[in-house]
Design a binder for this molecule. Sequence first.
Ligand SMILES: N[C@@H](CCC(=O)N[C@@H](CS)C(=O)NCC(=O)O)C(=O)O
Length: 206
Amino acid sequence: MIKIWGRTDSSNVQKVLWCCAELGLEFERIDWGGKFGGNKDEAYLAMNPNGLVPTLKDGDFVLWESNSIMRYLNMKYGNGRLLPAEPEGMASANRWMDWQLSTFNAAIVPLFWALVRTPEEKRDSQSIQASLIKTAKAWQIVENHLAKSRYLGGEEFSLGDIPLGVWAYRWFNLPVERPPQPGIVNWYERLTGRKPYQTHIMIPLS
Ligand SMILES: N[C@@H](CCC(=O)N[C@@H](CS)C(=O)NCC(=O)O)C(=O)O
């Protein structure tokens, strides 16, 4: 049985849960990290030296890094079907996954934390505004791509949609003024039609 450590409101855990559901995989999930703690325990650090969630255990195999976990599950249990087979499509999907972790997160995470995980009286409106501008600019890069393509990895849904798809739900549910980005709205609406997205991503922000 696949075992996943991680709280359900973590964006990186959500990616893995969504991916499992797309692949029809059964798993056991343990509430971990955040208010549940446990992630600095010695035994946990032996599995994941970062002390972060998610961590996956499949038999004797332990893996951390959400995007790598998704690629592993897709390869091992999905026959690779959640990534385009041709090198260009595969590379494009992988690129959006990498870009979310390396670039996009730096813009949206401070905005999310300020508006969802910081008490109102402690919020700094100037830095919220600065994060909002940065985030809208980052989304514009996605918007320009979606003007030419139904999904991020091509015409079909793929792993390439999952990391940014998790954040799209958060973006559309934050109390902010969003610039008109119709390509993203249409893509997001397509994602909301997927059962795994409804189950694991469309939950109250916390
Ligand atoms: N690059 C890592 C980042 C993991 C990460 O930052 N996880 C956050 C939650 S989204 C975490 O563990 N925070 C500490 C906590 O939940 O206690 C991944 O993609 O898995």
